[in-house]
Design a protein around this ligand. Structure first.
Ligand code: HAM
Length: 465
């Protein structure tokens, strides 16, 4: 038997009803906050994540699904050349602009035959910022974008941790002149998240908040970490020994239990924040207090991606066990520049949808959010499938959920089928009914049966919805 690959899973009904319930609710919330959807590719060039997320992070260093894409074949290149010839025939200006050297460089230069390194996206922020730069989205001022989709990380699978998982995320990004750097945006994102979790029905979340400062603060902090680590690092795991040299901040990502007592004693970034970062952080907290969003400060929260500046946060939930971060995010004021774009401060988050659904399952059953069929149509006898299909078509136009039986079923089997799928009504379509153009409609829970003229059927079923 062929099984789904390790760390991936099939989402089946009725569970998918919970996923749809969550996605509908979050789309409503995003609408209220004036966010609009962006869809970026599921794979991007590897370099995007290396430069965006950071070479020293676990995500880029260990967890990416990366492959060398096949080089273009000569046939594919000749097909490209074909398009050029067709266009040159149609467009004299284009023909005049072509020169042989350019043609050669574009279609026959050996560089083009080189393979390109591609990666399944491990997260979506780098892709959004790439799209911001590629499409010059700064022309639009402040961009408020959201996405829902799969991400891929080669992690050790366990409850709440998968190799293909789903994120619901949002980003606010734009030129500083559009207000993208304002602490008001940080607070708006956090207040949105509190609203979103409440709306979906997630209770007992904790917002953990920190400021990781700006690059200058980070340099001072990294230096302090290097000094603090120097006398103890040889007692730590191999990863930490490497991190202590390349990027000491990443020591905080360490999960090895024996290293934790050492990590507990390390300095925190808070001591190194400059005046502007302190003021920014204080204002975020003031607005949160004003809108009554509770938070706890966690000076050790640095997040697992390199692009963060200033505000960093996670929402945790007790029901999740070891993988208790239901979502994470923060500010990334230098990411656009790191990817070759203009200055474009931004802030965003990503919810782990798998974990959100897991938490929700504590209190809400998939069945309770699934829409059951309103009516089961039971064709009775030869030739009745046609009549039943016509009726189903009419009723479905009224936004009723209709399940269609088969004329080969006996009445008893139709009742059993209607019962099994939880239909509210069963509608009998036999020769007599068709002749009278009025049908027997039975309410399954109460057993009440009435004969209803065809024109009144939909209304009758809708009334008792
Ligand atoms: P992240 O903390 O790496 O941040 O991931 C966000 C959330 O995705 C996590 O809190 C978790 O719920 C979920 N998640 C991560 N890995 C897995 C996994 N293997 N299985 C299941 N769920 C997982 C980011 O991805 C940033 N791009 C967030 C962001 C947006 N920051 C600014 N804007």
């Amino acid at each position: 038997m062929i099984k789904s690959p390790r760390g991936t899973r099939d989402l089946l009904p009725p569970d998918t009803a919970l996923w749809n319930f969550v996605e509908t609710a979050v789309r409503d919330v995003f609408r209220a906050y004036n966010f609009h959807e962006i869809r970026t590719p599921i794979f991007e060039s590897t370099e995007l994540f290396a430069r965006g997320v950071g070479e020293d992070t676990d995500i880029v260093g260990k967890e990416m699904f990366t492959w060398e894409d096949r080089a273009r074949t000569w046939i594919e290149q000749l097909a490209g050349l074909d398009e050029v010839i067709v266009r040159a025939r149609q467009d004299p200006a284009y023909k005049a602009s072509l020169d042989t050297v350019k043609l050669f460089e574009e279609y026959f230069a050996p560089g083009i035959l080189k393979a390109q390194s591609l990666t399944l996206r491990p997260e979506n922020t780098a892709g959004v910022v790439r799209a911001y730069i590629e499409h010059k989205l700064w022309d639009r001022g402040l961009n408020k974008l959201f996405y829902i989709g799969p991400q891929f990380r080669r992690e050790r699978p366990q409850k709440g941790r998968y190799r293909q998982f789903y994120q619901i995320g949002a980003e606010i990004i734009g030129p500083a002149a559009a207000g993208s750097q304002s602490p008001a945006r940080d607070a708006e994102i956090l207040e949105l998240l509190a609203t979103l979790l409440d709306r979906v029905g997630i209770k007992n979340w904790t917002l953990e908040l920190n400021s990781v400062g700006c690059p200058a603060d980070r340099a001072k902090f990294n230096e302090a970490l290097r000094q603090a680590l120097a006398p103890v690092v040889d007692k730590m795991c191999a990863d930490c020994q490497r991190r202590a040299v390349t990027n000491p901040l990443r020591v905080f990502d360490c999960k090895v239990p024996e290293d934790q007592p050492i990590i507990e004693t390390l300095p925190t970034i808070t001591q190194f924040l400059d005046e502007a970062c302190r003021t920014h952080y204080a204002e975020v907290k003031e607005i949160l207090n004003a809108v009554h969003i509770p938070y706890v400060e966690n000076q050790r929260l640095v997040r697992g991606l390199d692009y963060y500046t200033r505000t960093a946060f996670e929402f945790t939930h007790g029901a999740l066990g070891a993988q208790n971060a239901i979502l994470g995010g923060g500010r990334y004021d230098g990411l656009s520049e790191a990817l070759g774009g203009p200055a474009a401060p931004g802030i965003g988050f990503a919810i782990g949808e798998d974990r959100l659904v897991l938490s929700l399952m504590e209190t809400v059953s998939a069945e309770s959010v699934m829409r059951k069929p309103d009516v089961y149509i039971a064709p009775l006898g030869a030739g009745m499938n046609r009549e039943a299909a016509r009726l189903a078509r009419e009723l479905r136009r009224h936004d009723l959920v209709v399940e269609l039986g088969d004329e080969s079923f006996r009445l008893k089997k139709s009742f059993e089928a209607a019962d099994k799928i939880g239909a509210r009504y069963i509608l009998i379509v036999g020769g007599d009914e068709v002749a009278a153009n009025a049908f027997a409609l039975k309410h399954l829970a109460s057993g009440e049966q009435v004969t209803v003229p065809r024109a009144e059927l939909a209304q009758r079923i809708l009334q008792t919805k």
